[in-house]
Ligand binder design. Structure first.
Ligand SMILES: *Cc1c(COP(=O)(O)O)cnc(C)c1O
Length: 229
């Protein structure tokens, strides 16, 4: 049996150790426990210990899994880390507290419209991160690197979305550090607070570039099979 809480604590300890070694005064990053494909029985041991920050990559899966859990456990912060289709926007804004995958004008306009016209969504104060396709990969979502600054500035200045972070998923076949560096630089240049980067295999590298959220799935929950979701 995988002990998810022990696994979580191991990661927390590695993160703490990195910070004690680096003498950094910066706040430690938050660990997002990525629970995609795992059911309630895997998540409950974390919730019962007071862990609050989770990530899912699909809107429907999140609704099915988290609607009841969020009523039972207070102050859960649920992050959408997978692509958001325009027709799922409203459901996504109901269940998620942070949308990390903002990457196109159409999506921003649709959300903006809901912030202006839907009182529940207006009051919820959802955080939005922009996903940057740092590797300019055609199959990957995220705003292309050479369009990123313009798009981010447009979102910050001309929409009602509270843009508080940048997110990236480096290409599988490259050294992720180059990509973490790009996000770090962009967030400095544009004065954006959060950097969501680093997964099970590379979160320690992301710490070097001051990630403020690391997204860890399999190191906590175990390998993902091809499961029901
Ligand atoms: C699945 C997923 C993760 C977690 O991946 P692991 O390698 O299992 O830690 C992180 N970020 C995104 C966007 C994901 O889809």
């Amino acid at each position: 049996m995988v002990n998810v809480y022990d696994n979580y604590i191991k990661i927390l300890e590695r993160v703490s150790k990195f910070y004690s070694n680096s003498n950094s005064l910066k706040p430690k990053p938050e660990i997002i426990a990525v629970s995609k494909t795992f059911g309630e029985e895997s998540i409950l041991p974390l919730l019962e210990k007071g862990i609050k920050v989770f990530g899912e990559n699909k809107v429907q899966e999140a609704e099915e899994k988290w609607s009841k859990l969020k009523e039972r456990f207070e102050k859960i912060e649920l992050h959408l880390i997978g692509p958001l289709q325009s027709n799922k926007v409203k459901s996504a804004l109901k269940i998620f507290d942070c949308i990390q995958t903002i990457d196109r004008e159409k999506l921003v306009k649709k959300i903006n419209n809901l912030i202006e016209n839907d009182e529940f969504i207006y009051k919820k104060k959802i955080k939005y991160f922009i996903q940057v396709n740092t590797g300019n990969e055609s199959q990957k979502s995220g705003v292309l690197l050479n369009e990123a600054k313009e798009f981010i500035n447009w979102c910050v200045n001309d929409s009602k979305l509270l843009i508080s972070g940048l997110m990236c998923i480096p290409p599988l076949d490259q050294d992720p550090e180059k990509h973490f560096k790009i996000i770090s630089q962009l967030s400095n240049d544009l004065n954006i607070q959060h950097k969501s980067m680093g997964m099970t295999n590379d979160y320690e590298k992301a710490l070097k570039y001051n990630a403020t959220y690391i997204r860890v799935g399999s190191a906590i929950f175990g390998p993902r099979g091809v499961k029901s979701f």
